[in-house]
Write a new protein. Sequence first.
Length: 307
Amino acid sequence: MLMRIINYTNVCVAQCDYCAFYKLPSQEGGYVLTQAQVFAKLDELLALGGDLAAFNGGFNPHLPLSYYCELFSAIRARYGDKLEFYALTIAEFLYLADHARLTLAQAAQQLKDAGVRWITGGGSEILTEDFRKRHAKFKYTVAEYFDAQRAILEAGLRTTATMVIGFDETIDERLEHLERTRAFQDKVLAEIPGTRGLESFLCWTYKPYFTQIGGIEISTAEYLRHLALSRIYLDNIPRMRTSVLTQNERALEGLLYGADDFDLPIEDEVTQKAGATISLDFEKILNYARTLGFEPTYRSVAAASKL
Ligand code: SF4
């Protein structure tokens, strides 16, 4: 997949201590993208041959639900099925529903009516209550995270599972994250008629530069071992993605460790602010997969989304 993450606002009140991206509402440097700016980014993505955008911003108290609904319906009206978009992460969805004083089901329905098909599992980082108390106490509990994901599936929207490793989490916390994800998938597949549940799992690594807590990046070898463990553990999730965004071309080694899917990102301010580097030399990255014995195939997300 060729994709771009659109960071529509960097204003956020959650104050996660591992984040180098956000500005508080009163701080200088905060921004909100206009529809025209979002369209320009989408046009550029299409021109490069990509067809997947993912929206990820902050918990911005000045943005009402109507900002999102108008933006997403305008995108559907302008682009139709030419591109697909992941509208928001579970964490932003929770904030939005909370802020608009809607139930999760009502908020999911409003987004669906605005043309949204996907809300990703982003904002999960490490799904243990302890981890969240240590680092992201305003970013909702694990129980709330899964309630929101369930509401999304019940509304007939599609979603994914994510994870970020390399903070100060223990091995037990990593296992708890996998266990909770696996149990959630079993439950929703059994209880929600017709759902596909979590359609993929994407794990990436924490980038520590310019964050409050700092730290040292974990090695690619550790990332790959975790990918292999996740592939074995999450045997009820069909697709496993490896993260070019945080591992560059070495992410492709993940294909030897159980991954079968990856995207080439052209932008993500959140991880770039914390030290991620993005290359637009797609052939160089794909050639690395070829030297490992794989033949990468382009996957059109827009076409698959209509199924
Ligand atoms: S990680 Fe997301 S929710 Fe947390 S402070 Fe950064 S932008 Fe806000």
